[in-house]
Ligand binder design. Sequence first.
Ligand code: ATP
Length: 198
Amino acid sequence: MKVVALTGNIGSGKTTVARELERLGAEVIYADELARQARAALAPEICRAFPDACVGGRPDDRRLARRVFADPEARRRLEGMIHPWVRRAVLERLERLAQSANPPELVVLELPLLFETGWNPARDGVLVVAAPEALRARRVAERSGLSLDEFRARDAAQLPQEEKVRRADWVIVNDGDLDALRARVQRWYAEVVREASA
Ligand code: ATP
C-alpha cells in the first residue's frame, strides 16, 4: 500500500485529480472533509472560543473563515483545535486500511495545506497539481463566484505555487481541458502503481 500526499494551490485541480484517482482505484482521504467533521465534533469548544462565528450552537463555516482570516492569533487557536482531530482521523484511517483484508494499492491524502502546516504522513511522496494563475482564477470564479481580489488574497495566504512545485516528487500540470487532465492522471497512476507492484 503506497501512501501519497496530493496538494496544490487554490483552484489548481486537486479535487478533480483526486476524483479521477478514486475512479482508477485509489482510496482518497480528503482533509477538508475531515476538517468539516472536526468542526462538527468540536462545536461546543469552537463556539466557546468564537461565539460570534456560531449560529444555533454550531460553527458557521463562512463566519468562522471571516473571523480568523485577518487574525493570526485566532487562526492559530482554531487550528490548535481542528488539526489534532484531523491528524488523528487520518492516521486512524490509514491504520484501518493497512490492516484490512484487501488494502488498496494506493492511498492518496488530499491535504491542501500540506506544506503550510508541515505535517506529512505520506511516506511515499508528494504529488502537486499546478496550473497558471489566470486559469486558476477563472476556474474558481466560475465554480464559486470568487472575485479576482478574493482569489488573490486566498492564494497569497498559501505557499507560492512555484515553491510547491520545487518540493514535489511529481507534478501534474493542469493547463489543458479536463480530458487532458484525466489523461495525465491516468499516466501518473499507471507509473506509480506499476512501480509499487514491481
Ligand atoms: P480548491 O483549492 O479551491 O478546493 P481544487 O484545487 O480542488 O480547488 P478543483 O475543485 O479540482 O480544484 O477545480 C477547480 C474548478 O476548476 C472546478 O470547478 C473544476 O471542475 C474546474 N477544473 C479543474 N480542472 C479543469 C480543467 N482542466 N478544465 C476545465 N475546468 C477545470
